[in-house]
Design a protein around this ligand. Structure first.
Ligand code: DGL
Length: 330
């Protein structure tokens, strides 16, 4: 008989730790109230998948997560992965920002052991909750050797997504997760099946290690629209080291906002054009003369993950070409 993998399940809150008054409460309930021991205790079937240890790291909705929460989660996961008797980690997480935490781990962990971030759209108390199966599947994925060395994963609805690509794209439906290029694979009857692997650099091959990070530079996201006032852009640009400007379509910038963003770039604030569309490539020097204006572009990354990537990139360089290269490589 093959020995079971040792998996640590970390609780951080979210709907997967939520509770409604009635089973019909699929969308109105209290978040982050059940401890991870209780959430796991309700799924005794997981003991057939792995030797499990649970720990409660946080207990809050992921909409509250700032850079310190990301660093705290990353630090704890890295400590666990270094332990010889830990084969993988599952993080139970609110779904709102699962894609950001997962991407941060994908870029900063220095281990090939599987790390899976999982949430649910309905609390365990709701009719047809996705909590039990999502967590069961996440543990199955983390425990399986085929999940090693492919970066941080997000499991939902029997699909396995790479942290780089996965996006929450619906506010209430169970089918709320998708990747623009499709999932890496499926998990069925407690076994993952992979059909492709991430092609962009991650985990052990990136220059960022969670062990070397104490803080992250402030990068803000500005959602662009024609009625956005130039002064608002100037005010935001005065605060941090970078701005992800979420333009319309192919990262278009309204004419009256070009000068405030050029000013920001002249003062050393990194300006990166992104797109409101949610998918596709923002072509460098396409809709705008980025090199002339001193701006960068996100390539195909969504604004929330572009913020994470730029924050990390700024810990090592201020050089525009090197920052742009990060968007092409990760
Ligand atoms: N409070 C939200 C969060 O933690 C709930 C969303 C969810 O977990 O589905 O992200």
């Amino acid at each position: 008989m093959t020995p079971q993998a040792n998996i640590v399940v970390i609780g951080t809150g979210g709907t997967i730790a939520g509770q409604g008054n009635a089973a019909s409460n699929t969308a109105a309930y209290r978040c982050s109230v059940l401890g991870i021991d209780d959430v796991l205790g309700a799924i005794p079937q997981v003991s057939a998948l792995a030797n499990l240890r649970a720990e409660q790291l946080l207990q809050t909705g992921s909409e509250n997560f700032d850079n310190r929460h990301l660093l705290a989660i990353g630090t704890r996961v890295a400590e666990l992965l270094e332990q010889r008797d830990v084969d993988g980690v599952v993080i139970a997480h609110g779904t709102d920002t699962i894609e950001e935490t997962a991407y941060f781990l994908h870029l900063t962990l220095k281990s090939i052991k599987p790390v899976v971030v999982v949430g649910s759209m309905r609390p365990p108390s709701a009719m047809s909750s996705d909590a039990a199966l999502n967590l069961y599947d996440a543990i199955a994925v983390a425990a399986h050797p085929s999940s090693r060395a492919i970066g941080t994963l997000v499991v939902a609805n029997e699909e396995i997504h790479t942290a780089r690509d996965v996006v929450k794209n619906n506010s209430f439906k169970i089918e709320a997760f998708g990747s623009p290029y499709g999932p890496l694979g499926y998990v069925i009857e407690g076994r993952p099946r992979y059909y492709r692997h991430p092609s962009r650099t991650h985990t052990v091959a990136t220059p960022w290690s969670i062990d070397a990070l104490d803080t992250l530079p402030q990068v803000d996201i500005v959602y662009g629209y024609g009625a956005l006032e130039a002064q608002t852009v100037r005010d935001i640009a005065a605060r941090g080291r970078g701005i992800i400007y979420v333009g319309t379509g192919n990262g278009n910038v309204a004419a009256h906002l070009i000068e405030p963003l050029r000013d920001a770039a002249r003062r050393g604030v990194v300006v990166v054009r992104a797109s409101r569309t949610g998918s596709g490539i923002v072509l460098h020097n396409g809709a705008q003369p980025d090199d002339e204006y001193g701006w960068l572009t996100v390539e195909d990354q969504i604004p929330a993950k572009a913020r994470i990537l730029l924050s990390l990139a700024l810990t090592r360089t201020d050089v525009a070409q090197e920052l742009q290269a990060a968007f092409e490589h990760y």
